[in-house]
Structures are given as C-alpha cells and as structure tokens.
Design a protein around this ligand. Structure first.
Ligand code: XMP
Length: 560
C-alpha cells in the first residue's frame, strides 16, 4: 500500500492519478506544482447586525417550507418551528412576528395542534394561513365549521378594506389559491373581514391591523400577489428592516465559526459539490489553516471531476487538502455487488473507513464540518412519522458514527439557493456553484449491475458527452439533473460492414424543484440527436442510445 506524499499530478496535463491503493498527497503540494496562488488573507468579520426574524409555526402543511423561503426572499430571516417549541428557544431569535402555517388537522379533532400561548401573549403581529387562520379563529372565540365542502383551486379575492397595511400595492381583485376543508364560519370578537371570495365571506380577517388570517395560500405561485401580501406583513405590519443578505450572513457566520472553534482543528470532506465547497470555503476564510479538507476519490467520479475541483481550490485558495485516491479499494469492495442498496452501503462504509484513517493521521481534531442545510434540519426536527424510504440517501461523507467530534454546520440555516448565493459571494466559480446534484455513491448507481473499471470508463465517456451537449445547448442550469446511465443490456448493431454487439446507454434529463418529484425534460430533438450520435461514435462499446421519458413518480431520478 503506497502511502506518504506521492505526487498525484503531472504539471502538463494536471491529471490526478486514479489508480493504485490509497495514496495521499497534500493539496498544497499539488497547488504549488500547478502554480497555484497563496492563501487569501482571512477577512475580518464585521460587527453583527441587529437581529430580526419571523417565526413560522409549522402545523404540517406541504407548503410550510415555502413560507419560510418567501419570507427570506424579502431578506428577512425566517425559521420554521413546531407548535410545541418553548418561548425560551424563540426569544433569542428576536422575533418580529409569527406566521401560523396551514396543516392537515381540524381544530376540533382531539389532539389537533394549536398555537402556543406566547403567540397571543407576546403581542407580536400574527398571520394565520389556512389552518393557521382556523387556529386563530378557534382559540380567540370564533367558530370553525368542520368538514365543510372542500375548496381546492383558484378563487378570486375581492378586497373590501383596501387601506389595510396587508394590502399595500394590491389590486382590488386578484387570483388566489385555496386548499381547505374546514372554514371560519363566525369571526372571533373584534375581528373584521377585509376580503372575500365567492365561497368564503371571510377570506381575510384581521384584528387591530396586527393579527391576520388568510383562508388562501399566499406562499404558492398560484397566488400571484402572495409575495406582495407576505412582504406587506413582514415590512408593513411587523416592521422588519430586511437585513438578511448573503454578505451579512457570511460575516455573521465567520464570526460564529471563530467563536465556536477558537484555536481548535477542523476537518471536512470535500467532494467538489456545492455544499461541501461552500462549507470549506467559508470555514477557511474564517480560520485559515486550522481547517484540513479530506478529498476521498472513490473512483466513481465523472471525467475530470477531480481535476476540476482541484483547479477551483488551487485558483481560489491555498487550502490544506489531503487527497486520497482510494479508487482501487472501492472497486475491490464493489466486486460482484449488483444490488443498489448494497452498493450504497458498501460505498458509505468504505468512505467512512478511508476518511477515519486519514483523519487519524492529522492528529488531534476537534470539529467535523458538514454541509447540513436547512431542509435537512427541518426534516429531522419535524418528521414525526418515518416515511417509507425508497432509497437510503445517506450522504456519503456523512458523520462517521464512531468519531467523537463536535459538529460544525455553518450552512444549517440556509436553503440550497441561498447556499449558491453564498458560494458566489465567496468568489467560487459559477460552474461549481451551479453544479447539478451528483449522488454520493457516484457512477456506481448509474451502472446497472456490477461496477467494473471498464464500465466506469464507458459511462464516463457517455456522461461527458451528455454534459457537454447540454451545456452547449445552454440547458444545463434549467435542468435539475442530466446524465447517462450504463444499462446491463447489450444489443445488436451495425457499424460500417460489421455487426456489433454493444452496450445500451440511457440518457436522463429531468426538471425538478426539490427532487421529490421530477418531470422528464422535453429536450430538443437536435440535442438528443447530437448526444446519441456522439455517444455511439465516440464511446467504444456502445451501439445504442435511448432517452428516458418517465417522470418521478412513478420512476425515480437515478436508475438505482
Ligand atoms: P431519486 O433517484 O431517489 O433521487 O429520485 C433523488 C435525488 O437524490 C439523489 N440521490 C442520492 N444522493 N446519495 C446521494 O447523496 C444517494 O445514494 C442518492 N440516491 C439518489 C439523486 O441524484 C437525486 O438528485
């Protein structure tokens, strides 16, 4: 087993060796060889801005996270918290107002979640949406009719009191999106109706211009004026100033990292993906060489991926990176493995093993940095019933169970689009910041059946062409993912005068907002034609290309 500081590159080609057992070299050596720049000076963090936040009490609506995103789009920090959150946890966030989300319950059901008492006792502004409005009506002495006719879809909202601060810049009538069964039948004392629809006389209710209830959903795109309504609530009613910007986030976050880490040492797994790159960059800016990144090449990466990642970090920073080429080790472990879940398990376990081995060599380490994002935080905090898992999406690069390290998660307050903005603000190149998601187990779950070196090379070739043609057609960013799959099917073809018997490659391109659902992209025929002809002409061993025209559900995005 070759260890130590073996050189991984040739200065001409910038190629990093991808075979052999574990070989380690520090990034700095490679950077020097490639003529990389010196580490950027660590910026001084500016003083913290006055905190302000809007708290969404989440009653379980499928749109709850969308409310938080909309509020953040107004540059106001917003958190989603369950109804049993104690005031002590909320007070430090300096809330300026509350939003009560929609939800599937009925206020009269035994055990239905209601608003905690501080919602009313704090005298802060409140906006109840759908079920949230019914909660307000129920708790404040109004009447909600259970099981009324379900109203679902478009309705026209007519304003009856146009001078409400909630309605600034709103036309007298506009479309809104309804989705409710129960309905407020009698307003609570001191409330007035501000707007109506054909089926809802109390489509908007209010008390003192401070507590509001909306029967419809302002957070969804089907309510075109919804953003204005939320903006009016956040600014006009709650008096927020809107200081949640990414550059403020960066300064704030760097100060927090320094405070948390002190003189400690941090390690982080670097994969070249958006999240791990932004995590590493922001931590490096804050604490410089106290951070060491470990880049495990499991040999299941795409063509030029290792080099691309190295180039980015070479050009942008002088980060301490330990590069580990463990491709042969992973291939050995994957020999004979065909079951997709077993592949994931094997790769996940091996990754942790390699990572731990490398981490041990660094000496005493105090923190493990992770690219946990806000949706992960919400999911683990709010999910009460464990939904059936279709695939185990354990993040390769996740926390090694045995490591007793403290976690450093600088992105845990951010949505994915905010992470991208932070990445751009930190100077990461667009190509990296807008990279499509790539699964932790890499190409292994895009090769149907056993993973071999030969199949990996074929898939890399096909995948490179898909990416290249999609980028050339300027479609890359609008697609959630676009890639090739090497199927286990061989078919007969003819090339020149010869009969061929080669692999079938499938091409997948999908649009999606969050990967929960996805639609196959209607790629132009010319793009598909170029992809197909290039793959059969340029990738040896492939003689047929098909395009996957199934959506998720019933299919999934990846084939395994
Ligand atoms: P599916 O195939 O379930 O994928 O529709 C949804 C999203 O998750 C990604 N994916 C994974 N990511 N480890 C990962 O880190 C995995 O094992 C894994 N499986 C799927 C997939 O690329 C898509 O974005």
């Amino acid at each position: 087993m070759a260890k130590g500081k073996a050189k991984q590159t040739s200065s001409k080609s910038h190629r990093v060796k991808t075979s052999g057992d574990i070989e380690v070299s520090t990034y700095l050596e490679i950077a020097k060889e490639l003529g990389g720049e010196q580490p950027a000076a660590v910026e001084e963090a500016k003083p913290k801005l006055e905190r302000e936040a809007i708290i969404v009490i989440d009653f379980g609506s499928q749109y709850s996270m969308l409310i938080a995103r909309r509020v953040r789009e107004c540059k106001v920090y917003c958190e989603l918290l369950p109804p049993d959150t104690p005031w002590e946890k909320i007070a430090p966030l300096k809330p300026k107002g509350f939003i009560l989300s929609g939800g599937p319950a009925s206020v009269y059901e035994p055990g239905a979640p209601l608003a905690p008492s501080y919602i009313y006792e704090s005298h802060l502004p409140v906006l109840g949406i759908c079920y949230g409005m019914q909660v307000l009506a129920h708790q404040l002495g109004g009447q909600v009719t259970p099981g009324a006719k379900h109203e679902y879809g478009h309705a026209i909202l007519h304003l009856s009191q146009v001078d409400s601060p909630l309605f600034t810049d709103l036309p007298p009538s506009s479309p809104v999106w309804m989705s409710h069964g129960d309905k407020v039948e009698k307003l609570p004392p001191d409330f007035t109706a501000l707007a109506y629809t054909e089926n809802s006389p109390f489509a908007v209710m209010s008390k003192d211009g401070k507590v509001f209830g909306l029967q419809f959903h302002p957070e969804v795109v089907h309510t075109p004026e919804g953003k204005t309504i939320l903006k009016n609530f956040v600014y006009g009613v709650c008096g927020c100033k809107g200081n949640w910007t990414m550059s403020n986030f960066i300064n704030d976050s760097m100060a927090k990292i320094r405070q948390q880490v002190g003189r400690g040492k941090v390690i982080s797994a670097l994969s070249g993906g958006v999240d791990s790159s932004v995590v590493a960059t922001i931590i490096h800016r804050a604490i410089g060489d106290q951070l060491t990144c470990i880049f495990v090449n499991h040999g299941l990466l795409r063509r030029e991926e290792v080099e691309r990642t190295f180039n980015v970090f070479k050009l942008n920073m002088g980060m301490n990176i330990i590069y580990v080429d463990a491709s042969q080790r992973f291939l050995k472990r994957l020999k004979g493995v065909t079951d997709p879940e077993v592949k994931r398990k094997v790769i996940g376990e091996e990754f942790i093993r390699v990572f731990e081995e490398e981490a041990k060599k660094i000496g005493k380490v105090d923190f493990l940095a992770q690219g946990t994002l806000y949706p992960d935080v919400i999911e683990s905090a709010l999910t009460t019933s464990a939904a059936a898992k279709i695939k185990t999406h354990h993040n390769v690069g996740g926390l090694p169970a045995k490591m007793t390290l403290k976690l450093l998660e600088p992105l845990r307050d951010l949505f994915k689009d905010e992470v991208r903005q932070v990445g751009l603000a930190l100077g990461l190149p667009e190509e990296m910041v807008w990279r499509q998601p790539f699964p932790g187990p890499g190409l292994a779950i895009r090769i149907i059946g056993e993973v071999t070196e030969e199949k990996l090379e074929i898939l890399r070739g096909a995948d490179f062409i898909v990416m290249n043609e999609i980028k050339k057609a300027q479609l890359y960013r609008q697609l959630w993912q676009s890639f090739a799959i090497l199927t286990d099917v061989k078919s007969v073809g003819v090339m020149g005068d010869y009969r061929t018997y080669g692999y079938l490659v499938a091409v997948r391109a999908v649009t999606s907002d969050d990967a929960m659902t996805a639609d196959w992209s209607r790629l132009p025929y010319e793009v598909l034609a170029r992809i197909s002809s290039r793959i059969v002409n340029e990738v040896p061993g492939v003689n047929r290309v098909v395009y996957d025209i199934t959506s998720k559900p019933p299919s999934t995005i990846e084939w395994e």
